[in-house]
Design a protein. Structure first.
Length: 367
């Protein structure tokens, strides 16, 4: 299987299946000397682990991380960092009957056609548990970025049609409700909607926003390594993501150039922008203003209603899925989006160190 790695310098490779013995990640390219402990990683993993609210899967996993290599005396060594999380409460029997048919909205059919067989237990590599490795790597990247004064904050923008009120946005509220919404009123309405979905044995999607501040100008490259292109790839690699916007995104298609252009002006001897329709990038490179990313997430495909599908014998059948599933993926995806952004930006920062000869000379003159 090809394609389990992402990044050029800060390279991340996830491994493991939902109902295998463990899931994990190998992180290569992290500079030596970054302070790092298992507690740093656990803070991020606790934000995505299941069973923490009525609106997530009841599968209860501690998701306790173990760092196997690459850290000594609470600092990174510059060698590959390997981390794992044991799967302790897998119930593979819940999935035994799906071996013979294809669940709508899942990758069962495409896996069978591509590889000739599949690990049907909980979706295998297509399971949301694969994101544990991403979040663990994202925790490292976030700590690296924090040391440079670069801050990331992702949150739930909407659940179905229930959107936050931007004039009422309070980022501290994210940690006061189970949906990670920075608007208490919207969160209450979204919870009521989710209870309706659960009663109807249905699910719903939503939108995650991610804001990045403190980025220097020039991260990313103008052609195939654009910052926004790499962010789009990183976000689209998350299993449930169906769309990505940078800045105004699709709304830019309805604007006039005079409306969409961000005017420059000088402030404190620095070039600034009066608006930020571009979302923090110009020509594929960061422009020093806040980076704005928006990610659309589909409804959970595992619903408990009767559905039409086909079996491996080519017969039309009706199925009713069993198991433990989220009625909404969005709240647990917030930290995944934030982690993928952190990984992408860290990789871009490291690559940017080779972009100018004067800075290379200055760096080596100090050695």
């Amino acid at each position: 299987m090809f394609g389990s790695s992402i990044g050029n310098i800060f390279k991340v490779t996830t491994w493991g299946e939902s109902h295998g013995k463990a899931v994990g990640v190998v992180v290569d390219g992290c500079p030596a000397g970054l302070p790092l402990t298992e507690e740093d990683i656990q803070i991020f993993l606790n934000r995505r682990k299941p069973g923490q609210s009525p609106y997530s899967t009841p599968r209860s996993e501690a998701d306790q991380v173990e760092i196997l290599s690459g850290v000594f005396e609470k600092k990174t060594t510059g060698t590959p960092i390997s981390m794992l999380v044991w799967n302790k409460t897998a119930r593979s029997s819940d999935y035994s009957e799906i071996a013979g048919y294809y669940r709508p909205g899942h990758a069962d059919y495409t896996f069978d056609e591509k590889f000739g067989f599949r690990d049907y237990r909980g979706g295998g590599r297509s399971s949301g548990r694969e994101t544990i490795g991403r979040v663990a790597a994202g925790a490292i990247a976030s700590k690296f970025l924090d040391s440079l004064g670069i801050k990331l904050q992702a949150y739930t923008h909407s659940i179905g049609p229930i959107m936050i009120d931007e004039t009422n946005k309070d980022l501290s509220e994210i940690y006061n409700n189970p949906l990670n919404m920075p608007d208490a009123s919207a969160a209450l309405k979204a919870e009521a909607l989710l209870r309706e979905m659960m009663t109807a044995k249905d699910s719903i999607g939503g939108i995650v926003d991610c804001e990045v501040t403190g980025l220097p100008v020039g991260i990313g490259d103008p052609v195939f390594e654009k910052l926004d292109a790499n962010l789009a790839k990183a976000m689209m690699s998350i299993g449930a993501v169906k769309g990505v916007e940078i800045g105004d995104g699709f709304q830019a298609a309805f604007a006039y150039g005079s409306e969409n252009n961000d005017a420059f002006y000088m402030e404190n001897d620095c070039v600034s922008k009066k608006t930020n329709h571009a979302g923090g990038t110009l020509g594929g490179m960061s422009d020093g203003s806040p980076l704005r990313i928006r990610v659309a997430i589909k409804p959970t495909p595992s619903i408990f209603q009767s559905q039409e599908t086909v079996n491996k014998q080519g017969e039309n059948i009706q199925i009713q899925i069993k198991g433990r599933h989220d009625p909404v993926i969005v709240p647990r995806a917030v930290v995944v989006v934030e982690s993928m952004a952190a990984m992408t930006i860290m990789d871009g920062l490291l690559a940017n160190m080779t972009s100018r000869m004067d800075r290379i000379l200055k760096f080596y003159e100090t050695l």
